[in-house]
Design a protein around this ligand. Structure first.
Ligand code: PLP
Length: 361
């Protein structure tokens, strides 16, 4: 089973398949024409969805979209970073942030994580010091963070925005729909900070990774700058129609989000009890540690038909929360690992979920 790329394990449900099929059929005879280059109807639909999901009033003129959020991230880098300019991120975070920044000619500054509560935390003072030292043109934050899983405290986002008033600050919220209750979106800071960009995607919660639709919310002036760097007609008519059909049927598409969160929480609890410390997760995946050799455990899991991700963090692996059956197969494979897979310093497995299950690994 493929638990390595954080896709949604659930197939697109039949009513959404029917709506998408009808939408594509409806536009097919017009494909002799270029698409709406302003994708106005789609931007309105995305604004309505964001307003519903976050409670923050979003207008269509604040919305931008591309073929996946990777493309909208590339637009941001093209417009605001690039040759002679500096992009800063705090690793481990989303691997595409440095790749896109570098391929567009920017200088990438690899910031670091770590705080008193855990090696993957960001602390306000440390982040501000790194921002001031790097003097970046673009800063990348990722919340919930891939590959570690936890959402960022908005105070950290605010501190970065205050420390870098002339930089564009991107908060990548690809997994926002999976966050634990009470996790606010950085969208709530948009009114106060015109240089803030919040990116999202239909690839994860919406189960539409193959549809390629990512989007962002920013000040209209920022969106205008993105119009200068995009290719004309970058969003095809079918892409716009498929995304709109999916948004119109969002209650059906998003129905499995709660089920996925349940499996995510089950993975966190069970791994903690097994003695593989998990990082608290607001996403549809869990990063866990306690492994003697991540590469060897990755192979042992694959031998049992479970494909997870070795994200290059020593003694850790990342697993996507899938269906209940997929999760069971993964957890059974973990339980069956011979003792030599455990790192010497890992806690002993306990019969009960440990009291420290909410603590950072
Ligand atoms: C999966 C992911 C994306 C999604 O990229 P798309 O191009 O929209 O499929 C963006 N950011 C992060 C952090 C991700 O993990």
């Amino acid at each position: 089973m493929r638990l390595n790329t954080n896709e949604n394990s659930y197939a697109v449900p039949p009513d959404v398949v029917a709506a998408i099929t009808a939408a594509v059929a409806g536009c097919a005879s017009d494909l002799n024409r270029y698409p709406d280059r302003e994708f106005t109807a789609l931007r309105e639909d995305l604004a309505a969805w964001l307003t519903e999901q976050t409670g923050v009033a979003v207008e269509a003129e604040q919305v931008w979209a591309g073929n996946g959020s990777n493309e909208v991230l590339q637009h941001v880098v093209q417009a605001f970073a690039g040759p002679g300019r500096v992009a800063l991120g705090f690793t481990p975070a989303y691997s595409m942030h440095p790749i896109i920044s570098r391929t567009m000619g920017s200088t990438w500054v690899d910031g670091h994580r770590g705080g008193p509560d855990g090696p993957f935390d960001l602390t306000e003072g440390d982040v501000v010091a790194q921002v001031l030292a790097a003097a970046p043109h673009v800063v990348f934050l990722c919340s919930p963070n891939n590959p570690t899983g936890s959402a960022l405290d908005l105070e950290i986002v605010r501190a970065v925005l205050d420390a870098a008033p002339d930089a564009v600050v991107v908060v990548d919220e690809a997994y926002a729909e999976f966050a634990r209750p009470g996790t606010p979106s950085a969208l709530s800071l948009l009114a106060a900070y015109p240089q803030l960009v919040v990116t999202r995607t239909m690839s994860k919660a919406f189960a539409l990774a193959g549809g390629r639709l990512g989007y962002l919310v920013a000040a209209p002036e920022v969106v205008d700058a993105l119009r200068l760097v995009r290719m004309p007609y970058h969003l095809s008519t079918p892409t716009q129609e498929i995304a709109r059909a999916a948004l119109a049927h969002r209650s059906s598409l998003l129905a499995e989000v709660e089920a996925i969160k349940t499996q995510r929480d089950r993975i966190v609890e069970t791994l903690a009890a097994q003695g593989f410390p998990p990082v608290p997760s607001d996403a549809n995946f869990v990063l866990f540690g306690g492994l003697a050799d991540a590469g060897r455990t990755w192979e042992a899991l694959l031998a049992r038909g479970v494909l997870v991700r070795d994200v290059g963090i020593a003694h850790h692996l990342r697993v996507t929360a899938g269906t209940p059956a997929e999760t069971t197969a993964f957890l059974d494979a973990m339980a069956a690992l011979p003792a030599e897979h455990r790192s010497q310093t890992a806690p002993e497995p306990s019969a009960e979920p440990s009291a420290s299950q909410g603590a950072p690994a």
